[in-house]
Ligand binder design. Structure first.
Ligand code: GLU
Length: 305
């Protein structure tokens, strides 16, 4: 039998001895305060077992990882009609690029670019009476932790410096793809990105995507199996900005990263794994997180390929 605890402990130990590269995200001032050497891992299996190592109990900022949950909330209600507002093609460009959006008439290439997630927030404002509450309730239910909260300081900090997202939303509004007030949509987007979560909560939250759209206790079904397959496909092709191909090549799992240094990835029918290490490479993905997952799928020989 595979000794998962041993494997994750060894990889964590080995990488901790290697030089750590990259920078913490500084364009959100509050995120620059984080201890850059933190490094935690939590592996949650579909059969209920779990394994952990390092700083897995420390909370960090979810950031772009939340885009998967926002998408799921919109997709479960709208189904395929959602794709009239946002595409499912990888963009091959940084997460906040303005250029292609103008050429594409304000329809973002995919829901995991900033523009795409902002459109999804706009959609959620029309679908849910209180979209913040809907998101919080979902994360709490999936993670089994009722204390998960937005981090107001992080959200405020991003609001003061989020010029590029302001530009993106205004461009989309001018092209007719934002229906609500731009400030309200952006506030919702920043709040959602600010959720504070630890590796255990994150891995558990994403287990539904390893379990055909429902929690492993069977209590909550967010997506049907076909919808879960599609969300996983978008994670595989678009989950790592313009490093998605590299992640698929080296790791071989659907996943999503955030500039808070977190990465979550799933192997359908088997596990969900969360890794957190705040130093980001030049593509905005956690340097150690990528290294860890590459070694993990190599050592366990468990990936989707
Ligand atoms: N809130 C961040 C932004 O909009 C999310 C980016 C990320 O995690 O990739 O820039």
């Amino acid at each position: 039998m595979t000794n998962y605890q041993n494997i994750i402990k060894q990889i964590h130990g080995h990488l901790s001895l290697q030089k750590n590269y990259g920078e913490v995200a500084e364009y959100i001032p509050e995120l620059a305060q984080v201890n850059a050497e933190k490094f935690g891992v939590y592996l949650a299996m579909v059969d209920g077992q779990s394994y952990c190592v390092g700083d897995w109990q420390d909370s960090f900022s979810m950031q772009s990882i939340v885009k998967v949950l926002l998408l799921s909330l919109a997709y479960t209600k709208l189904g395929g009609r959602l794709w009239q507002r946002v595409g499912v093609e990888p963009s091959g460009t940084p997460f906040n690029l303005l250029g292609i959006l103008e050429n594409d008439n304000g329809i973002p290439r995919n829901p995991f670019s900033n523009a795409g997630a902002i459109v999804v927030c706009d959609v959620l404002m029309d679908l849910y009476e209180d979209p913040r509450q809907a998101l919080l309730q979902l994360v709490r239910e999936l993670s089994g932790d009722n204390f998960i909260q937005f981090n107001k300081q992080v959200a405020e900090s991003e609001k003061t410096e989020g010029y590029r997202n302001v530009a993106l939303i205004n461009l989309m509004k001018s092209l007719g793809n934002i229906y609500n007030d731009v400030d309200e949509v952006l506030d919702l987007y920043f709040d959602c990105c600010s959720i504070a979560i630890n590796c255990e909560q994150l891995a558990k939250t994403f287990l539904f995507l390893a379990n055909h759209g429902q929690t492993i206790d069977g209590h909550t079904r967010l997506l049907n199996p076909s919808q879960a397959k599609r969300i996983n496909a978008i994670m595989l092709t678009c989950g790592f900005y313009d490093e998605a191909g590299d992640f698929a090549y080296k790791v071989g799992l659907p996943g999503k990263s955030g500039v808070g240094g977190g990465i979550v990835a799933v192997l359908p029918e088997k596990y969900s794994i969360a890794v957190w290490s705040p130093r980001l490479n030049d593509k905005g993905n956690s340097y150690r997180g990528l290294k860890f997952l590459e070694q993990f799928t190599t050592d366990t020989q468990l990936s989707i390929f």
